[in-house]
Design a protein around this ligand. Structure first.
Ligand code: PGA
Length: 221
């Protein structure tokens, strides 16, 4: 409605972030909130299945995720690059090696996210593209668990850069220099096509589009 569009940006925005986005979404909302102090948030963090349902039933204003779900009428606005890489403990035999061929991963114990995760499907696509069949792989249901397992020396984890910025800085994890990595995907904001635009929603979409990428550089972008 036009009246709403020209109104003041206020109210509460319902935002859902896919698990991996929890590392940067609060940073984006903090900055946006300084500019629009009359806008409040209800932020949930969920897996892909739940995000899909929340979008489908229009229980949220917007979703932030990497790989968008199929089969829904959505407005999609890509707003930042999404780099993903292999990481391991600093004493791992591959740590410090230059230009590691992807084929070398076949001899490693890989630590993977659960089936259905966007991170997992990006890894599978990478391994397929390079003809790598990992012999040993352990599946874990969260980014945090994968980081802890990699730090404990269990193997090589494949993760979004946004999840391990602090561990790289403290030296508890190292990024492996595997050829053709980082894999660079994109972060999207998704709004159900039937969702009526409001000044608050449009203000957040404009902010993400104009400044999202730059703001995310501080958190591993
Ligand atoms: P994930 O999300 O937490 O499911 O791996 C990333 C994505 O949406 O691609």
């Amino acid at each position: 409605e036009m009246k709403a569009m020209s109104g003041v940006a206020a109210g509460t925005l319902d935002v859902v972030a896919i698990t991996t986005a929890e590392y940067f979404v609060p940073h984006l909302l903090a900055e946006f909130g300084r500019r629009y102090p009359d806008i409040g948030f209800r932020l949930t963090v969920n897996n892909r299945e739940a995000v899909y349902e929340q979008l489908r039933e229009q229980r949220v204003d917007l979703a932030i995720m990497g790989t968008p779900p199929r089969g829904l009428p959505l407005r999609r606005i890509p707003f930042a690059p999404h780099p993903l890489s292999f990481v391991a403990a600093p004493d791992h035999p591959l740590a410090g090696r230059r230009h590691i061929p992807p084929a070398a991963l076949a001899g490693e114990r890989l630590l993977l996210r659960e089936r259905g995760s966007g991170t997992r499907s990006n890894l599978e696509r990478f391994l397929r593209a390079h003809g790598v069949k990992a012999l040993r792989a352990d599946e874990m249901g969260s980014n945090e668990t994968l980081k802890q397992a990699a730090m404990a020396g269990m193997g090589v984890a494949f993760l979004s850069h946004h999840t391990f910025a602090m561990e790289l800085e403290s030296g508890r994890l190292v990024r492996l220099d595997v050829q053709d990595t980082p894999v660079v995907r994109e972060w999207n904001v998704l709004v159900h096509a039937d969702r009526p635009p409001t000044p608050a929603l449009e203000a957040l979409l404009d902010f993400l589009q104009a400044e999202g990428a730059e703001r995310m550089r501080a958190v591993g972008g």
